[in-house]
Design a protein around this ligand. Structure first.
Ligand code: AP5
Length: 221
């Protein structure tokens, strides 16, 4: 991937976007920008943004577009984004995609590639219901597919693992519906702009990572 690559990871909840974004961040030294992580941090800090976002997240609804676009605009101005970035969970509406295009245009930039991760519905539910996240460093685990060495404790930093509020069964089904209604149209949006690459999101984490690197390599060639 060329220096300064700007990538979007698109896919339903539980597709593995966060898992793969961390691998790509390490591989290409381009920061992962997860709007979900930024919002959860804001909720934990109980500031203005967190208070506005918490009820949407708990219900599995999307936070209003302009709030998210402003948040990403601020993040993209930071120095570490000069070498590119991996957007994880943004954009997820057509309005957000248009907002991103405008933001990048003002910066004299454009996206290089949108990786659309495909995972069947049954697997998504299994992945989300078993997900555990470290309170300390944000590392991701799965109780069956990638369990920590000691139950409830992060291998990396010793932090406590927790289950996200929005990974309860009823919220998962609403998140999937919201994805189909509001985010899936981005597949055609980016295909029409010749930016879309489809990635099979089933298999070992490392193998999926290799598929992504291969797809990004083609873009840079
Ligand atoms: P967000 O945090 O973005 O959640 P999401 O898009 O629903 O995606 P997830 O984080 O659930 O899944 P993922 O694809 O990252 O999968 P992961 O790698 O963790 O958003 C949360 C909420 O914030 C939204 O509902 C909304 O309210 C709000 N929000 C965020 N962005 C917004 C925006 N732009 N606009 C408006 N609102 C916004 O993997 C899942 C599990 O599977 C893990 O346990 C992992 O270990 C495991 N796993 C991963 N890959 C594999 C594999 N290959 N094999 C086996 N297990 C695997």
């Amino acid at each position: 991937m060329a220096a300064g690559a700007r990538v979007v990871l698109l896919g339903p909840p539980g597709a593995g976007k966060g898992t793969q974004a961390k691998l790509l961040e390490e591989k290409f030294a381009a920061p992962q920008i997860s709007t979900g992580d930024i919002l959860r941090k804001a909720v934990a800090e109980q500031g203005d943004l967190g208070k506005r976002a918490s009820e949407y997240i708990r219900r599995g609804e999307l936070v209003p577009d302009q709030l998210i676009i402003d948040l990403v605009a601020e993040r993209l101005k930071e120095k570490d984004c000069e070498k590119g970035f991996v957007l994880d969970g943004f954009p997820r509406t057509i309005a957000q995609a248009q907002g991103l295009e405008e933001l990048l245009k003002k910066m004299g930039l454009a996206l290089n590639c949108v990786l659309s991760v495909q995972v069947p519905h049954e697997l998504i539910v299994e992945r989300l219901s078993g997900r555990r996240t470290c309170k300390g460093c944000g590392a991701l685990y799965h109780v069956v597919f990638d369990p920590p060495k000691a139950a409830g404790t992060c291998n990396r930093c010793g932090g406590e693992l927790f289950q996200r509020d929005d990974d309860r069964a009823e919220t998962i089904s609403n998140r999937l519906k919201v994805y189909e209604d509001q985010t899936a149209p981005l597949v055609s949006y980016y295909r029409e702009r010749s930016l879309l690459k489809s990635i099979d999101g089933v298999g070992k984490v490392e193998d999926i990572g290799k598929r992504m690197i291969q797809a990004l390599g083609d873009v840079a060639a």
